[in-house]
Design a protein around this ligand. Sequence first.
Ligand code: UD1
Length: 433
Amino acid sequence: MPQYQIGYSPRLSGEVHVSTAKNAVLPILAAALLTQEEIILHQVPQLTDVRHMLGILRSCGAEVSEENADVRIRGVSVGSPKENALLRTMRASVLILGPLVARTGACVLSMPGGCAIGQRPIDLHLKGLQKLGAKVEQEGGTVQVSGALKGANIYLDFPSVGATENLIMAAVLAKGVTRIENAAKEPEITDLCHFLTAMGGRIAGAGTANIIIEGVESLHGAEYTPIPDRIEAGTLACAAALTEGSVLLEGARTDHMRALLFKLSESGVICQEDVRGLRLRGKARHPMEARTLSYPGFPTDMQAPLMVVATQTHGLSVFLETIFENRYMHVVELKRLGAHIRVEGQLALIQGGRTLNGAHVTATDLRAAAALMLAGLIAQGQTTVSDPAGHLMRGYESLEDKLTVLGAEAKKLEDRINVSKKPANDGEFMAAN
Ligand code: UD1
């Protein structure tokens, strides 16, 4: 079981490089199924979720090779995945649905279940595919989608990130024009559209709520480097803000991080865009209000890390989680360290300025794991974060090493999960995002 030990580390300083975004890489890997030609991706991060997605592509018949951080994929002949264990480990596995139906006319998938942070249905994905002319059949835990896709007008009841991505990937090879209204606007969607355009796709309006896709006959190979991870950069920015740090996050895209940077600036942190990335100086001192929203609103993935910052400001901070039903699981663990937080439904009230004391805490989901690592930086003594399901490695490329580079006392104690084999718990845990 992975465990991390964090010692009191009051002042972070130095420079650290931001990895490529997990949430950009996963849909781009799924999109590689759209062509029989070779896809080359650079700077692919070493994450469990990425390993699982590569496993899923292999299970669909694609040839995958890796060299350092470069990945080559060639899907000459692809079809529904032959084995389901990997699909069940990760919500993002549903992203192969759109590409496979568009390319081959059919896909049979084991339905992703709910997960710790919320139910996370895939109704918007399926409704959109039906609009594109697909037949959707659900039986037991399986969903079967088939048919020749035709362009259509689709309105999403909610701007779901995954549904927007799946439908763009389906529409790019559909016959005719597709319009997606109330589409999600996250930078990772724009990045996926840039990648699809590099493959010969015709897409307008990426990054807006109205995306127009003109279907093409076929897509060709491409070489691409996905965007830096705004959530990893944001997590490290919160670490700096907690510790009165002086930190450069090399490669961070500040234009993707506006909502968080406003919060940190209002709280007293100096955030400066630099040609090399993002510089942060000083400490968060003033309480804050944060309401999670779709992009460009404040990201739900930053809620837990920012809450740790709020535990150290003077006064009452108010957080409202509107995206996921059950995303305050880190609160119980933060309280174990001495934080004063009260949760009332979607609201969390954080009484800041309390001294945290090191203790043994448990990671309940990916962003909760990162938040607990941050809390360890300002807790007196030693904090041990147990991560039985390996959440942290799913979405952060050695967060403990990056914190160490910035002068923190942080190390991994033990790791018996071998991600190249089948999931440690036989695929029964569902990834949180
Ligand atoms: C993506 C991100 C995740 C982030 C989330 C919200 C990836 C791999 N993951 O997840 O890190 O936290 O966006 O920014 O990119 N919903 C439905 N029906 C659907 C689809 C979604 O009701 O068919 C609901 C979900 O239950 C949730 C909300 O919509 O309450 C947002 O989900 P969505 O935007 O789809 O998130 P993901 O794509 O799963």
